[in-house]
Design a protein around this ligand. Structure first.
Ligand code: NDP
Length: 460
């Protein structure tokens, strides 16, 4: 339920409750429940601090936060391998440019619609601020489903998508990256079409190939960063990832490199999933098996049940991995709302005391409240998975300076950024009277940075 805290808005001293604020958001953005969910979580964190910051309250900063600066919706027609015309819808949400050019991924998935991308763009505002890099926020994508499509179909779709998107992006305006369904292959096709129609080679996308402007460690960054964040949380209790058994969901980019880094830091992962079900490998998914998964998912574009068949372990069709016993850490790395309240309770009842979100908003609000109430180490996505966009920021810096940094340099910078994000969340939570609450820490720290910039820049 929405709390009844007061939200004072405007020089006229309009007093508004969180309920009233949310009623306004819902009325203006109907049929967008995940956007409402994301906004509500942040409003709950930010309302209690607004009295201490009357200038932000009076400038109606939070009302501006929930209103995208610009929303672009466009038709994406393309021709499939049978010569049939297909029509998809493309989007780009340019959410907030107070601290830098719009930055955030593109998602290609049949569930994509305006509300999902607005939730992701809203989350991105806080996440990008936490990185300390000059990155505004955005998100985009299409209801196109790359699954089951040939490479040529994906290419024709990407070319059509970029034929419209190109006029809205630029290395100082808006720099998209990947997300669900958009990996190295898609970024390549999108970049090729941009270059062709804009007649310029510039860093308008991140996640590029290493031979043409990409950064080492960018593919690894979100997963690696989430594991660094979990390790930092554990250090506050004199502990580490070493020796921990971990549950991971998903089997795409974030999941693959989450497992890789858990292995590097001496932990062990026993689950992986996709939208059809999950595998449980009690022997652990070691480095050789991770390489096999990369081949399966990124090259052959197969399904996770094939892992169970190949390595002779258990497969649970239509289920998520959260009921598996014997783990201490969970890394949801697939999609939003993949941990419901029952899953959350089961995880903690089974002894999990670290939940670190590689995915965006993977835990439902009641589940997140449960984690906070029982006092486990709970790292929300907007802090824990910020390593991806942070390394995109490093890719932009390398592009701007025509430089290429080594793998070690970028990994070291990523680790430093995650350590700093962790410290910022912890110190902010402490300063605002909720020690150990990473949700409030991330929301308040991200909000304050962007809000101050908006205040400095006037009513724009
Ligand atoms: P990928 O497309 O590489 O992989 C997504 C994985 O999640 C696949 O295994 C997919 O299974 C599974 N999945 C997707 N939707 C669902 C669903 N509704 N139910 C169950 N499983 C599902 O995407 P990423 O790894 O890049 O992204 C995963 C999450 O991480 C997303 O929430 C994304 O927003 C977030 N994220 C990604 C970043 C990045 O740098 N890539 C940065 C920060 C956050 P299937 O193949 O069956 O669809």
């Amino acid at each position: 339920m929405i709390s009844g805290d007061s939200l004072h808005l405007g020089v006229m001293q309009i007093v508004m409750t969180v309920d009233e604020f949310m009623v306004g958001v819902i009325a203006k953005n109907p049929h967008e429940p995940v956007f409402h969910q994301a906004v509500h979580e942040v409003v709950e964190s930010v309302v209690p601090i607004l009295d201490a910051h009357p200038a932000l309250r009076n400038a109606r900063i939070f009302q501006r936060f929930v209103e995208p600066e610009r929303v672009i919706i466009f038709r994406v027609p393309w021709v499939d391998d049978h010569g049939q015309v297909q029509v998809n819808r493309g989007f780009r949400i340019e959410m907030n440019s107070a601290i830098g050019p719009y930055k955030g991924g593109l998602r290609f998935h049949p569930t994509v619609k305006l509300g999902i991308l607005k939730f992701l763009a809203f989350e991105q505002t806080f996440k990008n601020a936490l990185t300390t890099l000059p990155l505004g926020s955005g998100k985009g994508g299409s209801d196109f489903d790359p699954k089951g499509k040939s490479d040529m179909e994906v290419m024709r779709f990407c070319q059509s998508f970029m034929t419209e998107l190109f006029r809205h992006i630029g290395d100082r305006t808006d720099v998209p990256a990947g997300d669900i369904g958009v990996g190295g292959r898609e970024i390549g096709f999108l970049f090729g079409q941009y270059k062709r129609i804009a007649n310029e080679f510039s860093g308008i996308l991140t996640g590029k190939g290493l031979d043409w402007g990409g950064s080492l460690i960018r593919p690894e960054a979100t997963g690696y960063g989430a594991v660094y964040f979990a390790d930092e949380m554990l250090k506050t209790r004199g502990d580490s990832i070493r020796g921990k058994t971990c549950l991971v969901s998903g089997s795409g980019n974030v999941a693959q490199y989450t497992i890789e880094n858990i292995n590097r830091l001496g932990g062990r992962v026993v689950t992986l999933s996709d939208s059809d079900g999950f595998i449980y490998d009690k022997d652990g998914i070691g480095p050789d098996k991770v390489e096999w998964v990369k081949q399966l998912k990124n090259v052959q574009r197969g399904r996770i049940w094939e892992y169970a068949e190949h390595f002779g372990c258990d497969y649970y069709k239509g289920q998520r991995p959260w009921a598996v016993e014997g783990a201490q850490c969970a890394f949801p790395s697939a999609s939003e709302n993949e941990i419901d309240l029952q899953d959350a309770k089961r995880l903690t009842a089974n002894g999990v005391y670290v939940v670190c979100e590689g995915a965006n908003m993977p835990t439902v609000p009641d589940g997140a409240k449960h984690f906070t109430q029982v006092g486990i180490l709970y790292g929300p996505g907007k802090a824990a998975n910020a390593g991806g966009v942070a390394t995109s920021g490093l890719e932009m810096s390398q592009n701007a300076g025509h430089a290429t940094w080594t793998r070690e340099e970028v990994d070291h910078q990523l680790l430093n950024i995650m350590v700093n994000i962790h410290r910022n969340c912890l110190e902010t939570a402490e300063a605002y009277g909720c020690p150990g609450n990473y949700v409030n820490g991330a929301n308040i720290a991200g909000f304050l940075k962007v809000a101050r910039a908006m205040l400095d820049q006037g009513v724009v």
